[in-house]
Design a protein around this ligand. Structure first.
Ligand code: DUT
Ligand code: MG
Length: 156
């Protein structure tokens, strides 16, 4: 099966950095690099520039996701994951990184691949205000209504 690709104009605001790219065929995320060295203390969050700006076509969104390896090995995540890049945004892509580790600082160097950009088609809604919504089996049940699992804090 062939994949469909959309062409997206991209500006390198820092031409020495690696152009966002997919590591493997079929990858959904193109890695974004840090523009500067940054050290995150345990629990600290920092807005990190990537040196890239893009022009998404209308009908597309860019989603900035954490990288699972950095999350698992070091506790590095994106605070607002996934970050939303609107089609009309022409500024530099930036990533609000968070060190979730309670003990160890995370040292990032300029050029390190810190997050990944997923491009998706997106639907916009026309919101139609009504007095009542249709009935469903789930109804208003949520937030664990189907059950969860027991932990020390939930056992009485
Ligand atoms: O992780 C992110 C999230 C957002 N953006 C940029 C692109 C996006 O189009 C813009 C606004 O993002 P968002 O709508 O999430 O932020 P906001 O706090 O609602 O700001 P605004 O009032 O400008 O919409 O900021 C990033 O570069 N990285
Ligand atoms: Mg917004």
């Amino acid at each position: 099966m062939s994949e469909s690709r959309v062409e997206i104009a991209l500006r390198m605001l820092d031409p020495e950095l690696q152009v966002p790219s997919y590591a493997h065929e079929g990858d959904a995320g193109a890695d974004l690099c840090a523009r500067e060295d940054v050290t995150l203390a345990p629990g600290e969050r920092v807005l990190v520039a990537t040196g890239v700006s893009i022009a998404l076509p209308l009908g597309y969104v860019g989603l900035i996701h954490p990288r699972s390896g950095l999350a698992t090995k070091h506790g590095l995540t994106v605070v607002n994951a996934p970050g939303t890049v609107d089609a009309g945004y022409r500024g530099e892509l930036k990533v609000t990184l968070l060190n979730t580790d309670v003990r160890t600082p995370i040292v990032l160097k300029r050029g390190d691949r810190i997050a990944q950009l997923v491009i998706q088609k997106v639907e916009r809604a026309t919101f139609i205000q009504v007095e009542e919504l249709d009935e469903t089996v789930r109804g208003a049940g949520g937030f664990g209504s189907t059950g969860g699992f027991e932990t020390a804090s939930t056992q009485s």
